[in-house]
Write a protein that binds this ligand. Sequence first.
Ligand code: F6P
Length: 325
Amino acid sequence: MDQKPLRRIGILTSGGDAPGMNAAIRAAVRNCQQHKITPIGIRRGFSGLLHSDMEEMDARSVNGIMLRGGTVLNTARCAEFHDHAGILQAVRNYRYAGLDGIIAIGGDGTFRGLHELQKEGVRVMGIPATIDNDIGCSHYTIGFDTAANTAIEAVDKLADTMQSHERVSVVEIMGRGAGHLALYVGVAVGATSIIIPEREFDFERDIIEQIRMGRQRGKHHHLIIVAEGVGGCQAIADHIHEETGLEARVSILGYIQRGGNPTARDRVMASRMGHFAVEQLVAGSHDQIICYRDSRIVPVPIVEAMGMTKDLDMYMYKVAYDISI
Ligand code: F6P
């Protein structure tokens, strides 16, 4: 802890956007103002720090943004930040702008960037936001709930048309290398099979056998959810057709899952995390990731947080499997 008074705090969003990022920005900006700290919006993630693209914000500049998806500060994946010279330039700009800390909202790439800044003496706070929910230190990441609901709505619509034609739908769900989103969506839409990177899959056992059993029980539509980290949806669909004679159609939901108005859960979680990040800095704490663990918002030191992993809920996989009949 150190008690140096805070006058200006930089706020940025980095990496893939996630619904709820705006609610986190709004909460951080407004809590800064409560503490008489000037919030500085940094544009396009770390790129804005490297190129001194920053502007003062105030309570009114975040009016009406909570309900909007995306991020009003824009975001980017900044290649120059992988280079030490880039980090040093960012630190110079940070000092020149008179910043006393940085709050960055994003995923693990964002936290790696923060860690580099922290090593150069910058006071940092991270807020986990990614639709993938693949941040080890936090049981929840901002954007997951909205993305899940968007995907569920889309798959429900697909189910209408696929049912009419008695087809098999093979749907790819985002998630990078993790299956959290695919598994959650799969349970919520009543998938016949859920294929995720965390569990090796056997085509015959996990797909064909499931479809055959479903048909014997009178099912006319089969929904195969495939996580992005597994991919190969067209090959899976072709194979299903060869093995069963059923028509199989592929839908890749893609970026649609990253947009849309955040759900209540994402707005509330983001508001709590954004507020808490400022509270922590004001209390003299820094170099933490604001995490959601065991139903509480808690700080976890960034170095520790980066080494943490999160297992997929395999019991949820069993639930999905048992009730897919
Ligand atoms: O991390 C969020 C995510 O949408 C992943 O699900 C996906 O793999 C990736 O970002 C896509 O990233 P980009 O915006 O760089 O194409």
